[in-house]
Design a binder for this molecule. Structure first.
Ligand code: KG4
Ligand code: ZN
Length: 349
């Protein structure tokens, strides 16, 4: 089955063609980063308009690169939620139009569940359930116990900012631009991760939840100068280097993510970990998870960078599974936000 995937939940317009949920024939991603950079973050209305501009060129590019016609597509899958409402609706409107024109069924996909499947895209081996899943992106930081394609129980989640959001906010503070993750990673190369002491927000010894919002404030009060009333100034203290702040902040987030993943493995007794989401592109995080996996003797499935950040290949792959589960029955889309995963009671801290 050839599935056309459409992703527009944030600031990437992406179209992909995926066969049978695993074989990626094309994965075109048109980023809008340059349009949002001067605002220091994604502006929802601009994102929605940019999706309208990029959708059809991205579709043509994907069909060309896979050398297939629209008539060969069997199913259209589109991100239904969660995401920026205006941005989602641009993609959904385009997907509905395509589905009518091509007379093909349309399936709505949950973006986070699509990230959960990304570590297994384009791999010959199928996922071996159960395992712990970590999805770490600009909008989400979730730990799950995954026991099947449709069985994901929530172990923990962020109580405030997502990890990627923390990267973006601290990068903005440091004048490193948007998106913050890659900018901080690059700046950190010239810095020392031990130069600035930042407390790891672990929320107690048993918690599987995350809290990153205090980190920005900690960076502000630790690294920036203060006026006589104690309010932070806009510039770093004399002698404090941007590279050192970037490296110390990055090390702090990496430590927390690795520690929570380790706890989740211990508390579930599972021996496998799957990791995806935009922050999973982070090189020091990838390296630290590899070290942890070796220490714990567990299998680690880390999504390749192209499938970590937002992409339509993961949407097409998830759409394939959802359509198969429904036995081909077409269900109307419902883009209203709603939580879908049960939380494991024992995972409460
Ligand atoms: O998954 P994604 O593309 O979009 C959402 O679903 O949110 O994730 C985007 C987030 C942004 O916050 C971005 O700063 C972060 O992923 N990110 C990174 C890196 N690359 C992207 N964070 C840390 N290090 C990176 N190399
Ligand atoms: Zn995402």
């Amino acid at each position: 089955m050839l599935v056309l995937g459409i992703e527009t939940s944030c600031d990437e317009t992406s179209i992909a063609l995926v066969r049978d949920g695993v074989e990626v024939l094309a994965n075109v991603v048109r980023t809008q980063v340059a349009r949002h950079a001067r605002f220091g973050g994604v502006v929802p209305e601009i994102a929605a308009r940019e999706h309208v501009v990029h959708l059809l060129p991205a579709l043509r590019a994907a069909l060309n690169s896979a050398s297939v016609e629209l008539t060969s597509v069997d199913l259209i899958a589109v991100t239904e939620r969660p995401g920026l409402q205006a941005a989602l609706l641009s993609g959904i409107a385009g997907a509905e139009a395509l589905a009518i024109a091509a007379e093909r069924p349309l399936v709505g996909v949950n973006h986070i569940e699509a990230h959960l499947g990304a570590p297994f895209l384009a791999r010959s081996s199928l996922p071996q359930y159960p395992f712990v899943s970590l999805v770490v992106s600009g909008g989400h930081t979730h730990l799950f116990r995954s026991s099947g394609v449709f069985q994901h129980e929530l172990l923990g989640a962020t109580l405030d900012d997502a990890a990627g959001e923390a990267f973006d906010k601290v990068a903005k503070l440091l004048g490193l631009g948007y998106p913050g993750g890659p900018a901080i990673q690059a700046a950190a190369l010239a810095g020392s991760p031990n130069s600035i002491a930042l407390k790891r927000p672990l929320l107690g010894p048993r918690s599987l939840d995350f809290s990153f919002s205090g980190l920005k404030t900690a960076v502000l009060y630790t690294c920036f100068g203060q006026d006589p009333t104690g309010r932070p100034l806009p510039s770093l203290k004399a002698g404090t280097a941007v590279a050192d702040v970037a490296a110390s902040f990055q090390a702090c987030v990496v430590d927390v993510l690795v520690e929570k993943a380790r706890r989740a493995l211990h508390r579930t007794g599972l021996r496998r970990l799957a990791v995806g989401g935009g922050v999973a592109c982070n090189r020091p995080l990838r390296d630290a998870l590899l070290v942890m996996a070796a220490e714990e003797g567990i299998d680690l499935w880390h999504a390749p960078p192209a499938y970590c950040s937002d992409n339509a290949a993961m949407i097409a792959a998830r759409g394939f599974e959802v359509h198969r589960k429904r036995g081909g029955r077409v269900v109307p889309l419902s883009p209203a936000p709603r939580a879908v995963w049960p939380r494991l009671a024992w995972a409460e801290s």
